[in-house]
Each structure stands twice: as C-alpha cells, then as structure tokens.
Design a protein around this ligand. Structure first.
Ligand code: SF4
Length: 460
C-alpha cells in the first residue's frame, strides 16, 4: 500500500504557518457556507434533487452523451472524444497549432489540471497561461494547487506579494500586500494576455445534453474574458459533467455558489451553445474526457464520486484537510473527495487516501449532492490492497470480544506484553504487525483492573 500520505501529512503538520493559513481560510468559508445554506428552507430537498439528477445521469450516461454531442454539433461546435489525458492533451495542442497560436489563456479548470495540460503544452513548446487569480499565483510560484476552489489557500497575502514581486515582470516596484493592490497588479498583468490571445482553454461546471450547452460559473470575470475574446475556444469536459435538461441547472445553481464560495449567486455565470456568428469565438471545440470515469461508473458504491460538482465544501469541513492541506494528498483532487476519487481514477495508486479520514461524516453532511463519502471510504478500504488484512483483524477482534473469558485474558495479556512500549499511559509504538496501528495512533494501556473485576469486587 502506498504510504505517501502519512509521510507528506507529517511534513505538513510541522509547518505552523501553513496550518494557520489553512485554519483561517477554511474557517472563514465554512462560516459563510453555513449561513447562506441556512437561508433556504428547501436546502435538504435541493440536495435530494441534485443527488437524484446525478444518479439518473450515471444510469443513462451513454445516451445522454450522444444527445449532447448531437446538439452541440448542430449548434456549430466540434466535438472530440478523449479516452485519457494524453489523448485530450494531444487534441488540444493540435487545435492550438492549427489556430496559428503558440499559447493559450486558461479558465480555471480541474479537468485540465487532472490531465496536466500545462505541462504537456510546455513539453510541446506551447504556453498555457492561468488567468484565475489564485491559479496565477500558484503558476508564478511554480507550485501546485492545494485546494479545489482556492488553489493558493496555503499562502497568506504577504507571501503572495513576495511571489508577485519576485516572479511577475510587470509587478509595481512598490506593491504592498493590500488585497486590492494585489488584485490590481494581477488584473493589469492579465489584461495584456487577454487582448493578445487567439486561443482559450476552459473546463465546464455543467454540460446540458438537451441543448448541447456548456456552463462555467466563476467569481472574477477572467473566465468570461477567455470564453468570449479569443477566436478559438477549447473546452475539456469530464463525461460526468452532464445534466439531462436545462431545467436541472436551476437546482445546481442554487447549491453550487452557496456550497463553494458561500455566496447566494456567483458573480459570473457563462452559458454558451456552439458558436454564434459575430459573437464570441469563431471556432468552438469540446473535448469529452473519460480518463478513468467509465471504470469508476462500473463500481456501484464508488460511482457516487462522479456526482461531485467540485464545490470543495467537504474540504473546508474536514479535520484532516484543515491540518495537512492539499499537497499531502499527492493528487489534484485533495480532501474527502480526493480520498474517494483519486484511488478510483488511478487504480493501484493513492491506496492510502481512503485512510486519510476519521470517518466523522462532516463531509457527507455538507455535500450539496449528498455523496456518502464515509460509505465510499469504507468500501474502498474493504476492496483495497489492505482490505483482506483489515477484515481478518476485525474478524479476530470480533471472535475475542464475543467471548468474555477470552476477552479478559486478552486484556491481561495486552497489559503484560505492552510494558516495553508504554510511555505516559499510552503505547506509542508497537513492533510489526502492531506498528500498522500505532504508526498513526496511540493505544491506551488496558487498566490494571477491568470494569468487570471492579464490579465483582464492589457488588457485594
Ligand atoms: S464531494 Fe460534495 S462537498 Fe466535496 S467537492 Fe464534491 S460536491 Fe462538493
């Protein structure tokens, strides 16, 4: 089993500035989300509706994809199919070259991060410029995003000022760490790129089968610039992003902004259907991306992960994420959703992530599409490489606990044999195979006298 997460988490836990930045940011968004969600009397019904729509999409995905393709082509878009990230990257690079460009501007997109489009473009001699403020910060710092919605959540504003001054050639010499000044510096820097870009790359929050439309919701307006100004638009869309009808959007447009940024409505919602003469890009390409999604669909419990609308509410309430941050997960999708999606999208890798959870259930409570993340975590633990060992250990524990005499003897033996490893009332490190447990947990020392012994003594 991979042990990347426990090691990376240990490093992150030793970084007090990181923990302070994370606690502040997640705490703020958490509070805002809770307040705006509580404003809607039908919040739970909306969650049920969203969950039902997504389950329906998963049941009818092939038909819905064909309907989407037909309607998008009819509206003037060109639709491409990509089995994996490499194929999607190749198609996007070819379209960029055919458009006579050697660079693209990008709307924030998790799908393009998942397939490492920027790295692929660089290897092919093309440039991909992030235009979302937080993505720009991460790109300038040559870092990796650490949160789905707020990729630069691990930086505070002083650190961001230093990144701009060190890496952004046109940053003002007297730049301060005032948020407005930082945003203005980024705005001026990006405007030049928007005005010269011939090609843009986006993802999509939703793809509507009934009309062949794509939807992007965002907060800064950079997405709107990318979607309307360049002559060629390439949208890379995971196949699970489909919604059957335009009416379904009503449910998700109430849930997504409230769950992600804690706003009643996000400032910019862009919906486009193919291309329109004299309005927006002349050439619109849609790349429908599988990259492991149909394999996830085959798992009746695990497929819930495909309902995710990437709001990141589960990250913001997760006690593990809040302490380790996103980099420790080693995947573009961190936090609770990453713990169930990453091992399924890349089988054989990230097998430690389903264990990166206390199973407290906070993620399930806030998820706007009601993904039962703890259920999937337990399912992945049982079916993962560690499942057989865990099952055997639990079976043995059950057999002992079901026999009072055996249980008492086991406690006495545990007390006796744990002596060499006890410190201040806890067993902190056992030899193998007990080390599997104590590597991340302290074990309480069984008391000298069990409750049953005490009861026997005092009952008389
Ligand atoms: S799993 Fe649910 S809460 Fe987490 S990002 Fe996805 S939709 Fe949001």
């Amino acid at each position: 089993m991979s042990t990347a997460f426990p090691k990376a988490a240990k490093v992150a836990l030793g970084m007090p500035q990181l923990r302070s930045n994370l606690a502040h940011a997640t705490g703020t968004i958490r509070g805002k989300r809770a307040a705006v969600a509580a404003e809607l009397d039908d919040w739970e019904q909306l969650r049920d509706a969203a969950s039902a729509v997504k389950a329906d999409v998963q049941r009818h995905l092939p038909e819905l994809l064909e309907t989407f393709e037909r309607n998008a082509i009819e509206a003037g878009a060109k639709v491409h199919w990509a089995r994996d990230g490499a194929e999607a990257n190749r198609i996007a690079a070819r379209i960029t070259r055919e458009a006579g460009a050697d660079e693209v501007v990008k709307v924030k997109s998790m799908a393009t991060q998942e397939i490492e489009l920027n790295e692929h473009f660089e290897a092919e001699g093309l440039a991909a410029w992030e235009t979302d403020l937080a993505e720009l910060i991460v790109q300038l710092a040559e870092d990796r995003p650490s949160h789905i919605l707020v990729p630069a959540i691990h930086y505070n504003r002083t650190e961001i000022r230093d990144i701009f001054k060190g890496r952004m050639k046109d940053a003002p010499a007297d730049l301060t760490d005032d948020p407005a000044a930082l945003a203005e510096a980024a705005r001026r820097h990006l405007r030049r790129r928007f005005l010269s870009a011939k090609v843009a790359v986006s993802g999509a929050n939703f793809a509507i089968a009934e009309t062949g439309s794509l939807v992007v919701v965002e907060s800064e307006g950079n997405g709107r610039m990318c979607l309307t100004m360049p002559e060629t638009l390439i949208s890379i869309v995971g196949v699970e992003k489909l919604l059957p009808s335009f009416d379904d959007l009503e449910v998700f447009m109430q849930l997504l902004p409230r769950s992600s940024t804690g706003e009643r409505m996000n400032p910019y919602s862009s919906i486009w259907t193919g291309r329109a003469e004299g309005d927006g890009p002349k050439d619109v390409h849609i790349i429908l991306l599988d990259n492991g999604r149909t394999d996830v669909l085959a798992d009746e419990v695990g497929r819930q992960a495909l309902s995710c609308i990437r709001c990141s509410a589960c990250l913001n309430v997760c006690p593990v994420y809040e302490r380790t941050g996103g980099h420790a997960y080693g995947h573009v999708y961190p936090g609770p959703i990453g713990a169930i999606l990453a091992p399924q999208l890349e089988p054989g890798r990230h097998d430690d992530l389903p264990y990166a959870s206390s199973l407290c259930g906070a993620c399930y409570e806030v998820c706007p599409v009601k993904i039962n993340i703890p259920e999937v975590l337990v399912h992945l633990r049982q079916t993962g490489p560690h499942g057989a060992g865990e099952k055997a250990a639990m079976g043995a524990a059950q057999a002992v606990m079901a026999r009072p005499g055996l249980w008492r003897a086991a406690l006495r033996a545990a007390r006796f044999f744990s002596r060499p490893w006890r410190r201040r009332g806890y067993v902190r490190r056992l030899p193998f195979p007990g080390s599997k447990w104590t590597v991340s947990r302290d074990l309480g020392v069984p008391p000298k006298e069990s409750f049953r012994d005490w009861w026997k003594e005092h009952e008389r």
